[in-house]
Ligand binder design. Structure first.
Ligand SMILES: Nc1ncnc2c1ncn2[C@@H]1O[C@H](COP(=O)(O)OP(=O)(O)O)[C@@H](O)[C@H]1O
Ligand SMILES: [Mg+2]
Length: 367
């Protein structure tokens, strides 16, 4: 049982680099929390402070009810898995997994039991007598996980553990990790820059940028209600389309006017947008919320725009349409049967229920 509480932690490295700024995150017992953000935003530093590999410049860290700022890493009862899993090359898989337990003076029978149990959970029993060089990347990563599991820690910390694997293996190991979490029900903190990993694995996602925590919520809330333009653009693939334009009022209705097209804003969004009438905003719409009019229901002149189809990418089940309004480009994610001619003008329908508006100065979400 371990909840983790990170309270107002800051980290300033020698030389003045501010890596983490006043981050507070409460992680529940058994939760899978993902720290997500671009390279250099302070994810690893945050994780390393929980692990005890770095000291916070200020702030407090609790594991369970225990204040651990002063507790050395080896006494925190955590296990960490890195991108570079660094197995001992001269040791067999069994000994790699048993090593930490031997160091801690566990009895031989207990070690055997734990290693075999972990090997079974990870499906690597048949590999126990091999050396790391006789394993594939995915198998090595499983052994690295096994090494962590045998210790039955209170908390698992992962720092981009799948980054060294090829794309296919990454997806497979992602699912394995998911199953592992369901099986062993231990609190996990997982660092990644990959939004797909974050969306698929996290009970909640903490989105970071420049050392700050921008948003902490469930994957779907972060996806559907991003707090600002950065989060909106970072989560989702293809990324959200952004277009600059103005909010205008005409005959009691509110429109977003891009210059080359106008779309009518739904009434439920009016209250938040009235103070932006005749002002610049950033309009955001996700690729899956743009439809070819031929295939769309509910098209009206006020949600339909005429665009140039510049490129069609065939994905298999779906197509990416690269569109131009003349001022902005946008991507639409549509059904594979939906394949307009490249270079032709197409009418596309925007699902106005799903659009967002951002303040151009603060980049915060207006609605
Ligand atoms: N030991 C260190 N000394 C000085 N600066 C560091 C050190 N470790 C990391 N940093 C800096 O702190 C910032 C955050 O780094 P890091 O936590 O590794 O980011 P992330 O894991 O999100 O890529 C970066 O600007 C990085 O260069
Ligand atoms: Mg890192």
């Amino acid at each position: 049982m371990a909840q983790i509480s990170i309270r107002n932690i800051n980290k300033v490295f020698d030389g003045g680099v501010v890596a983490v700024k006043d981050i507070t995150i409460g992680i529940e017992n058994k939760e899978f929390l993902v720290l997500l953000g671009p390279s250099g935003c302070g994810k690893s530093t945050t994780l390393r402070m929980v692990a005890g590999l770095e000291n916070p410049t200020s702030g407090d860290i609790y594991i369970g009810d225990r204040w651990v700022n002063n507790v050395p890493a080896k006494d925190r009862n955590i296990a960490m898995v890195f991108q570079n899993y660094a197995l001992y090359p001269h040791m067999k898989v069994y000994d790699n997994m048993a090593f930490a337990l031997k160091l801690r003076g566990y009895a031989k029978t207990d070690i055997e039991k734990r290693v075999n149990e972990a090997a079974q959970i990870l499906g690597i029993t048949r590999l126990l007598n091999r050396k790391p060089k006789e394993l594939s990347g995915g198998e090595r990563q499983r052994v690295a996980l096994g090494r962590a599991i045998v210790r039955k820690p209170l908390v698992f910390l992962f720092d981009e553990p799948l980054s060294n694997l090829d794309a296919k293996m990454r997806v497979q190991m992602r699912t394995e990790l998911h199953k592992l979490h369901l099986k062993i029900q231990t609190t996990m903190i997982y660092v990644t820059h990959d939004q797909t990993e974050a969306m698929t694995l996290g009970d909640r996602i903490a989105v970071m940028k420049d050392g700050e925590l921008l948003q902490l919520d469930t994957p779907l809330t972060v996806y559907n209600n991003p707090v600002n333009k950065f989060v909106a653009g970072f989560i989702g693939s293809p990324p959200m389309n952004f277009m600059e334009g103005r909010i205008i009022k005409k005959n009691g209705s509110i429109y977003f006017d891009e210059g080359n097209f106008k779309v009518k804003v739904l009434e439920e969004m009016h209250a938040k947008l009235v103070s932006y009438i005749n002002k610049q905003v950033i309009f955001g719409v996700r690729a899956e919320n743009i439809y070819d009019k031929l295939f769309a229901a509910g098209a009206t002149p006020e949600n339909t725009i005429l665009v140039l189809c510049e490129v069609v990418e065939t994905m298999g089940p779906q197509n990416h349409l690269y569109l131009s309004t003349g001022k902005h480009t946008a991507v639409a994610l549509v059904d594979s049967s939906n394949k307009p001619t490249i270079g032709s003008m197409v009418e596309v329908v925007i699902d106005m229920k799903k659009v967002h508006f951002f303040d151009p100065a603060s980049e915060k979400t207006i609605v």
